[in-house]
Every structure is written in structure tokens, then in C-alpha cells.
Design a protein around this ligand. Structure first.
Ligand SMILES: Cc1cc2nc3c(=O)[nH]c(=O)nc-3n(C[C@H](O)[C@H](O)[C@H](O)COP(=O)(O)OP(=O)(O)OC[C@H]3O[C@@H](n4cnc5c(N)ncnc54)[C@H](O)[C@@H]3O)c2cc1C
Length: 391
């Protein structure tokens, strides 16, 4: 969120008090560094902030605003500053409903003396996971804030923050999967069952191989999305890059969020009963992963965002995607599938069989090529197969 707040400030123009905030949010000096929250969700809506936001902003004689309202989910409650949405009350005491009534505000959580800035922590949320990060319900009662977007442009202005937080969500998903697989691989080299190490049981290794394939795929998707974002931020992106970024960001977030929960769950099983024991530190990985599908946009809400990107661009985001995957010389999922098939044949010749890596790639290639030949709807299948077993 800190990274996202810096991006919003940068895109709105860095001047005045925002210059100091930007310097602190991007500083590497622990003495000056600040963190930021993002307070959007209210009781009536997280997905639907346009109609769910009840917080109001009253302009003060000095040009600042006084915020009153209730923020229902605020993570990193211990942050120094926050960006938040509110409806400006006009001279007649009215507010405009819908997203056109929302403006974006910047606030500092504490004043110079360290006192909370018109903010009351009502309670800390009792969460399933991510308990390292405090998430609170906050009452804003005369909280001093600065409007940093044009009036009514709050949702559009905070979109830059969501781009960044969604990318960080993908990073967390990939990192969570990688961590559990690394531990599982290590364990497979130590644990004996039926007189052999787990790593010498082909079926166990097939399970780990499938998790590995999913994780590597997710990692590549993350790196490609980050590459496109880097091009956009340095103004080197072509029109096609921008379309691709618009399409891939929600796809990467929604897909890897789901993937992390399934991969980490399967990863826990690979430790047998130990995977379920708190003192191994493994269950917390699954609890932490569950939120990746919820915050920064649930899966369905992001799926609708993908559809919005298609209709708003009149299909150009999809053209960009197709032109990239069909580019001559670029390996597609299908190429990967067939090369893995060849790899497996060669491997079988040398070792006389074993786990089938190509099965995973047939499933991965399902995305690009429609249903696989021998579609098996088990939890080991690919995500489209798992989510849509009848396809
Ligand atoms: C641990 C945690 C920390 C959080 N931290 C923050 C934070 O720091 N700042 C912040 O602003 N928010 C935060 N949130 C809130 C989070 O972003 C929201 O919970 C999330 O966006 C979903 O909103 P909601 O809870 O209002 O659910 P709802 O919007 O009520 O959604 C409920 C269900 O309905 C579905 N749904 C909603 N609309 C549609 C639709 N149009 N079509 C189909 N399905 C739909 C959703 O997919 C979901 O399954 C946090 C949440 C959690 C769990």
C-alpha cells in the first residue's frame, strides 16, 4: 500500500506537502520512512465502494477537509499516512451519490505530538490469517485530510494504488507457493515411508512436480506483469503493452490468489499429519493465503473487471494478448506442453518411466487449447479444470 500510495501521488503530481510525503514513502532511511494505508472498504461495501461509501468530507476555512465516517477494514492500521475516499458535503449540506460523488483524500494518522488525528480505533479484526498485520475498524470523527484528486475523481485516482497492491498480491501468492514447495522438497529428502525416502516414490514426486509447474507458471505470469508495469512507469510501453497490462493485472491477481490456496493446501498434505500441526509453522501459510482471493478485489469482482477491460477497449486488450501468444518464435503453452511431452519420452527411455510431468502441461495448455484430451477433474488438475470440471 505504501508503494501504491507513492504511485498515486506521483501520478497526481508531486508538490507541496505531497512532496514530503512522497520522499518519505519512497525513502530507504528507516529514520524518515513512512508507510501508508488504503482505507476504502466501509460497512456497506468493499467491492461496491461507489454506493457503499458513507464517509463525508467538510471543507474547512484553511482549505483542508474534516472527515467523518466509519472505515470497516483498514489494514496496516499502524501506518503513518493513508489515502481514503469520502463524499464532499456542499454548501447546502448535500452529497452526490455514486462514484461521481467520491473524492480522494490524503491524511496523516497522527499529529505532531503523536495524537491520533480525529481517529478512534473501534476494534482490531479477529482474522483467520495475516495476523502479523493489524486490520482495524476505524471511526473517523473530525479527521483532518487533504483532497488530492479533483472533486468526484476519487475512484479513478486511487486506481493506480490498486494496480500496485494487486501486483504485491501476486508476489505474495507466488512467494507462499514457493515457500511451501521448498519445504516439501526438503522434507521429501528426509522422510522415510515404506522403506524409501518420499523423494523415491514416483507418485509423491508427481504431486510435487505438479505443484512446481503451477508455481513456475505463476512466477512467469508475475514477472511478465511486472515487466509491463515497468515499461508503463518508465513511459516506454507501446500501446500493445498497455493493453496487455490492463488485461493481465486483474487476471494475474485473481488466478494466482486461487492458485496459492490450492497449491499451499496440497503442499501441506505432502507433509502428512505434520502439515496440519501448528508447531510446524505450516498451517499459517494456508490461513495467510486465503485472504489473497479476497482483498484487493475478490475473484468474481476482478473477473468482471477483465470483462470491463474488453468492452472499454473494444476488444483491443484481447487483440494484444492474441498477437503476443501467436507471435512467431514465441513459445506458447502448447509448445511447452509438447516439448515437455518429448522430454518425458526421453526421460522414460533413460529411467524406465516414472511420474508424468506432461499431464500438468496438458492441463496448463487447456487455457490456450480448450479441454485436454484426458480431462481428469481432480484437485491435481489445472485451475480451469478444477474450477470448471464440466468444460
Ligand atoms: C484481512 C483483510 C484486510 C483488509 N484490508 C483492507 C484495507 O486495508 N483497506 C480496504 O479498503 N479494504 C480492506 N479489506 C476489505 C476487502 O478489500 C473487501 O473485503 C473486499 O474487497 C470485498 O468486499 P466486501 O467485504 O464488502 O464483500 P462484498 O463486496 O459484499 O462481496 C461479497 C461476495 O459477493 C461477491 N460480489 C460482489 N459484487 C459482485 C458482483 N458484481 N458480481 C458477482 N459477485 C459479486 C464477491 O465476489 C464476494 O464473493 C480487507 C479485507 C480483509 C479480509
Amino acid at each position: 500500500m505504501t508503494d501504491g500510495a507513492a504511485k498515486v501521488i506521483e501520478s497526481l503530481g508531486i508538490s507541496g506537502f505531497l512532496a514530503d510525503a512522497f520522499g518519505r514513502l519512497t525513502s530507504r532511511d528507516p529514520g524518515t520512512f513512512w508507510t501508508s494505508g488504503q482505507w476504502m472498504t466501509e460497512r456497506r461495501g468493499g467491492s461496491d465502494v461507489a454506493s457503499g461509501t458513507e464517509t463525508v468530507a467538510r471543507e474547512q476555512p484553511d482549505g483542508t477537509y474534516s472527515l467523518s465516517g466509519f472505515k470497516w477494514f483498514t489494514s496496516a492500521t499502524d501506518s503513518d499516512v493513508s489515502l481514503t475516499l469520502a463524499r464532499i458535503v456542499d454548501a447546502q449540506g448535500r452529497v452526490e451519490e455514486g462514484s461521481r460523488g467520491l473524492s480522494l483524500f490524503y491524511l496523516e494518522v497522527r499529529d505532531q505530538e503523536g495524537k491520533l488525528n480525529g481517529i478512534e480505533v473501534q476494534r482490531l479484526k479477529e482474522k483467520l490469517g495475516t495476523r502479523q498485520v493489524p486490520t482495524a475498524e476505524l471511526l473517523l470523527d473530525g479527521c483532518k485530510a487533504h483532497r488530492i484528486s479533483a472533486e468526484g475523481r476519487g475512484v479513478a485516482s486511487i486506481a493506480d494504488m490498486l494496480t500496485i497492491t494487486r501486483l504485491h498480491n501476486v508476489i505474495s501468492a507466488v512467494a507462499g507457493m514457493r515457500r511451501v514447495i521448498s519445504l516439501a522438497r526438503e522434507y521429501a529428502g528426509k522422510r522415510l515411508a515404506f522403506g524409501k525416502l518420499l523423494k523415491d516414490h514416483p507418485l509423491h514426486m508427481q504431486t510435487l512436480a505438479r505443484l512446481e509447474v503451477e508455481t513456475r507458471g505463476a512466477f512467469l505470469l508475475l514477472m511478465e506483469t511486472a515487466r509491463l508495469l515497468g515499461l508503463e512507469e518508465t513511459k516506454l510501453a507501446s500501446e500493445r503493452d498497455l493493453h496487455l497490462l490492463r488485461l493481465l493485472m486483474p487476471v494475474a491477481k485473481l488466478y494466482t490468489g486461487k492458485q496459492a490456496v490450492a497449491v499451499i493446501s496440497e503442499g501441506l498434505e505432502s507433509f502428512g499429519g505434520q502439515g496440519y500441526m501448528e508447531d510446524t509453522g505450516l498451517p499459517v501459510a494456508l490461513r495467510d493465503a486465503q485472504v489473497l482471493t479476497i482483498w484487493e478485489g475478490t475473484t468474481n469482482v476482478l473477473a468482471l473487471d477483465v470483462l470491463r477491460s474488453l468492452s472499454k477497449s473494444e476488444g483491443r486488450v484481447l487483440d494484444a494478448y492474441c498477437s503476443v501468444v501467436q507471435e512467431p518464435g514465441k513459445p506458447t503453452c502448447l509448445d511447452l506442453a509438447s516439448s515437455l511431452g518429448r522430454y518425458e519420452e526421453a526421460r522414460a527411455e533413460r529411467h524406465g518411466g516414472g511420474g508424468s510431468l506432461s499431464t500438468d502441461f496438458r492441463h496448463v495448455s487447456h487455457n490456450a487449447a480448450g479441454p485436454p484430451q484426458n480431462s481428469q477433474s481432480s484437485i491435481h488438475g489445472c485451475f480451469p479444470c478444477r474450477l470448471y470440471p464440466e468444460s
